[in-house]
Design a protein around this ligand. Structure first.
Ligand SMILES: NC(=O)c1ccc[n+]([C@@H]2O[C@H](COP(=O)([O-])OP(=O)(O)OC[C@H]3O[C@@H](n4cnc5c(N)ncnc54)[C@H](OP(=O)(O)O)[C@@H]3O)[C@@H](O)[C@H]2O)c1
Length: 258
């Protein structure tokens, strides 16, 4: 199969391209670095020629409210229009578990707009909603840091390894469109404050985590189950502890998509 991975140079995209190639598929890594830009349309027609599926694993360079909304709306509209012209039969997009519960955030309003454009287009699709990546856990701490303290609620979180995300996205992209949403998550649930404590301590980061029911997750309030998927979500295998204990050279080669 020819599968175009839009955002193919990113954290998930680079892993996905490698996995698809290992399985013998023709995977094209498409992003501004390789001359394909979903905002301007540059390179899209050429990249999509003969493609069976397109996987959108882009992310916006800016999380500012108007900029991120403009990114996901323009990028998605352009992809869908070029896919219709090229006769692509499956549009796969990576979104986030609980998006509709986090609309206080401009980022999640933008992800919701992306999902709605896909649902209202005639292209057969699968929306994959993933939980937070292990690789994103440090950013969660950074968002809630004030001085040497990190204030976070004890809401549930079920994070997963980027490598598992890529494997599951690959399986879905090479299958039939479900014309609906599939949830994927990690093998274990944690308390958000506990997860960040584990992560900081493993990295010898001196910041102190304060459990605070009014603490915010990436700037917004979350309740007990905001971040966790429904029963029936497909679960990755990699445990957080095992991921934390990976040798550093393995992590850096994974980060490079090797
Ligand atoms: N972080 C999490 O925990 C989490 C959880 C669930 C879902 N997600 C979703 O997963 C998706 C992928 O995240 P990620 O962390 O893998 O992203 P990432 O590493 O930040 O990569 C973003 C990719 O988007 C590309 N891109 C940016 N502007 C583009 C444009 N105009 N045209 C085409 N490509 C463009 C970049 O290309 P260049 O390298 O060429 O600039 C890069 O390949 C996101 O949509 C995110 O919402 C994230």
């Amino acid at each position: 199969m020819k599968i175009v991975v839009i955002g193919g140079s990113g954290l998930i995209g680079s892993r996905l391209v490698n996995k698809l190639r290992e399985q013998g598929h023709e995977a094209v890594a498409a992003s501004p670095k390789s001359g394909v830009n979903t905002i301007t349309g540059e390179g899209l027609a050429e990249a999509l020629k003969g493609a069976s599926a397109v996987v959108d694993v882009t992310n916006s360079p800016s999380w500012e409210d108007a900029a991120v909304l403009n990114f996901f709306e323009t990028s998605t509209r352009n992809q869908l229009a070029y896919e219709a012209a090229a006769g692509v039969g499956h549009h796969v997009a990576l979104s986030v578990v609980g998006t509709e519960r986090m609309l206080a955030s401009g980022f999640f309003r933008a992800k919701m707009a992306q999902e709605n454009l896909i649902k209202s287009s005639p292209i057969p699709y699968t929306i994959i909603r993933a939980t937070q990546f292990f690789e994103f856990v440090k950013s969660i701490a950074d968002f809630s840091t004030d001085g040497n303290k990190v204030r976070l609620p004890s809401a549930l979180i079920q994070p997963m390894a980027a490598d598992d995300v890529a494997g599951m996205v690959g399986r879905i992209a090479t299958g039939s469109p479900v014309n609906g949403t599939v949830e994927i998550g990690g093998p274990e649930k944690f308390r958000l404050d506990e997860l960040i404590r584990k992560s900081l301590s493993a990295n010898k980061d001196p910041r102190e985590v304060i459990t605070d029911p009014r603490g915010r997750y990436v700037g917004i309030e979350v309740s007990e189950r905001t971040l966790v998927p429904e029963d029936g979500a497909q679960l990755g295998e990699t445990r957080f502890e095992a991921w934390l204990n990976q040798p550093a050279d393995q992590i850096s080669s994974l980060a490079k998509g090797a």
